[in-house]
Ligand binder design. Structure first.
Ligand code: PLP
Length: 387
């Protein structure tokens, strides 16, 4: 990033991130280089590209964009969010310990416990709202602290700066899954994180048409290790997907404004609805760590969960299956609003005792507010709740 670009606002960065005018044609949009291999002028003499698993010009533009979005120099693209997380875990050795928030994306927890525990990595799951709990689990074997904030699906907030301060003098890397907040709302690297991860599938892509993951870091040595895993394992996205995400990112800032204002409208409506018990949204003044969220986030996001006074699967099922604008589907962060039931859908892989201990109630419903008109979303939830 040059000095002029460093001073730009986030909306401007999002529009221009990673993109350079094509030297040959003047094309303002990055060409899609659908080529697996690149011709060499002589053995070992080439234009910077040899084979598209290692690097591809369209993917390079996207990786530059990822870095610019998080305000750092290094970005890496993966074929999914889980592939990105997998690359981070591959930096660990048997006997290494990981401290992780206990309220996690279901697939992340499954990767930790069903794969990496078997390879001798030890995981400590702690309440991410409680920095002292992280401190208690920390020891000289801790090599990685993995956090989501806000968490999925309970929207819990971690004070990232406080955790980063705690890790001073330890060898542990702090990695933050920034999928829910996006770089439009939160910059974990500025708060002391070493690695930021995104499920690009969600807000960065933004249009529910691509599965992809990203890692960003300021640390060249960390980037080098992760880049080696990216190339060794080959879990890389194709050029067309990279193009779609380059396009999606251009409207990230605009979209997030609408996602956030719709989130606020839903929180407002649901807190006053007689059938609703609890509303989980970090923007509510009485939400735990609301003050932390207000400090470390630019806004509170479009993800929200709620429980019903009738705390049964049947009641939640009725709401989820009765909406007309909200589509019943897993995933999140796209322009269209989605509704889902974590216990039976996204978090079905979390064992029931763990779900209960966490507070993933029978009637817990998670919504991803899209960018439709707030009045239509409110009307849709109103009719679903009265069904
Ligand atoms: C979806 C998601 C992931 C996994 O990403 P994929 O792109 O589905 O592999 C990880 N973390 C969070 C918070 C997610 O929402």
């Amino acid at each position: 990033m040059n000095d002029v670009k460093k001073k730009l606002g986030f909306g401007t960065i999002a529009v221009h991130a990673g993109v350079e005018v094509d030297q040959q044609t003047g094309a303002i949009m990055t060409p899609v280089y659908m080529s697996s291999t690149f011709v060499q002028d002589a053995i070992g003499v080439h234009k910077g590209y040899e084979y598209s698993r290692s690097s591809n010009p369209t993917r390079d533009a996207l990786e530059r964009a990822f870095a610019e979005l998080e305000g750092c120099d290094h970005g890496l693209a993966f074929s999914s969010g889980l592939a990105a997380i997998d690359a981070v875990l591959k930096t660990l050795k048997p006997g290494d310990e990981v401290i992780s928030g206990d309220d996690l994306y279901g697939g992340t927890r499954r990767l930790f416990t069903s794969l990496y525990e078997g390879y001798g990595i030890i995981f400590h799951f702690v309440d991410p709202q409680d920095v002292a709990a992280v401190g208690k689990a920390l020891n000289e074997k801790t090599k990685l602290v993995w956090l989501e904030t806000p968490t999925n699906p309970l929207m819990r907030i971690t004070d990232l700066r406080a955790v980063a301060d705690l890790l001073q003098g330890h060898k542990a890397l702090l990695a933050v899954d920034n999928t829910f907040a996006t770089p439009a709302l939160q910059h974990p690297l500025e708060l002391g994180a070493d690695i930021v991860m995104h499920s690009v599938t969600k807000y960065l892509g933004g249009h529910s048409d691509v599965v992809m993951g990203a890692l960003m870091t300021r640390d060249a040595a960390v980037d080098e290790v992760l880049r080696t895993h990216q190339n060794n394992s080959g879990a890389v996205p194709g050029p067309m997907d990279c193009f779609l995400v380059l396009r999606g990112i251009k409207t990230l800032n605009l979209r997030m404004k609408q996602h956030c204002s719709n989130g606020a409208a839903m929180a407002d409506f649901l807190t006053s609805h007689p059938a609703v018990d609890k509303v989980l949204w970090p923007g509510l003044a009485n939400f735990r760590n609301h003050d932390v969220a207000a400090r470390q986030m630019a806004d509170f996001g479009g993800m929200l969960s709620f429980t019903l006074k009738d705390d049964t699967v049947a009641a939640a099922r009725k709401v989820c299956e009765t909406t007309a604008v909200f589509a019943l589907a897993e995933s999140l962060g796209g322009v269209e609003s989605l509704i889902e039931h974590p216990a039976l859908m996204t978090h079905a892989s979390v064992p029931e005792p763990a779900r209960n201990a966490l507070g993933i109630a029978n009637s817990l419903i998670r919504i991803s507010c899209g960018i439709e008109d707030a009045e239509d979303l409110v009307a849709d939830l109103r009719q679903a709740l009265s069904a």
